[in-house]
Design a protein around this ligand. Structure first.
Ligand SMILES: Nc1ncnc2c1ncn2[C@@H]1O[C@H](COP(=O)(O)OP(=O)(O)OP(=O)(O)O)[C@@H](O)[C@H]1O
Length: 264
């Protein structure tokens, strides 16, 4: 039996009406791969996630997940949304949210058989001690851990992360990215991580997909993040600087490359 890749795109393109967001995209993710998706506002990063989630059809080419077409609600795809703080008044507890990741969005009393799995998922993300606390009372970093546990509920082959670090401080950014890295090592889940800031995920990134108005580039961070490459992708001078293991991109659409507060 052939092993199917968690994600395969062949000659893929995505358009909204007349506007083509990206095209000629060829990409194969293997189990455990960590792909970081970068690009300026409007370059189609979210659209790529929506295509993998089965919410947005391609306008050309093919996309398959473990050998099957993308499908809305697929248990093969886990999704961690952008960090949004939850209403402090919500009665939903951490363990309820994680159970919804296993059950789908069905409410009602938890099925007893899932209790162990929920406990296991909460423990894997270090959230056992606040399993019964309402979500709205947790810190942003704690909420994001619970969302990771929820996304892993169905043991997905691919984990989509949509800027999950927004509004987290540096320590929590590091904890969340390290957790996602450990998860893909332990479970073989391939990771697609959309972000405006490469540095928090640079240590874990196997390959970068850089989407830009003039095209895209795929390769290791060293291959893709060069002044020559980005200058050609943006069509305007861009300089890539390296300092103490961090990457700083100057020029292009500068405001899309936040320099985190660790920068000197
Ligand atoms: N449903 C839609 N109908 C028409 N155009 C759309 C739709 N969704 C997105 N677009 C357009 O497609 C382009 C890509 O949008 P997308 O949200 O994928 O970019 P992005 O890289 O995620 O941007 P950002 O970094 O700002 O989140 C944008 O120009 C956007 O306006």
């Amino acid at each position: 039996m052939t092993e199917h890749a968690p994600l395969e795109l062949r000659d893929a393109s995505l358009s909204y009406g007349e506007r083509t967001v990206w095209s000629d995209l060829d990409l194969t993710l293997h189990p455990g791969d960590f792909l970081t998706v970068l690009g300026p506002n409007g370059s189609g990063k979210t659209s790529l996630l929506r295509a993998v989630l089965g919410l947005q059809p391609l306008s050309g080419g093919t996309l398959s997940i473990l050998g099957r077409p993308a499908r809305r609600g697929s248990k093969d795809v886990g999704y961690i949304p952008q960090q949004r703080l939850i209403d402090p008044a919500t009665p939903v507890r951490a363990r309820d949210l994680v159970r919804m990741g296993i059950d789908g969005d069905r409410w009602g009393p938890g099925r007893h058989s899932h209790r162990e799995r929920v406990d296991e998922l909460l423990a894997a993300v270090g959230a056992s001690s606040y399993a019964d606390v309402p979500l709205g009372m947790l810190s942003g970093g704690e909420q994001q851990r619970v969302r990771i546990a929820q996304a892993l509920g169905t043991r997905p082959g691919i984990l989509l992360c949509d800027e999950p670090l927004l509004s987290l401080d540096l320590r929590h950014q590091h904890e969340v990215t390290a957790l996602i890295h450990e998860t893909r090592r332990a479970t073989g889940t391939a990771v697609v991580f959309v972000t405006h800031e490469i540095n928090p995920v640079l240590p874990w990134t196997d390959r970068v997909l850089y989407l830009a108005p003039a095209g895209h580039a795929i390769g290791t961070p060293d291959e893709v993040l060069t002044s020559a490459n980005l200058t050609s992708l943006y069509g305007t001078p861009v300089e890539v600087l390296h300092s103490q293991g961090r990457v700083l991109i100057v020029g292009g659409d500068e405001h899309t490359h936040h320099v985190d507060e660790a920068g000197e």
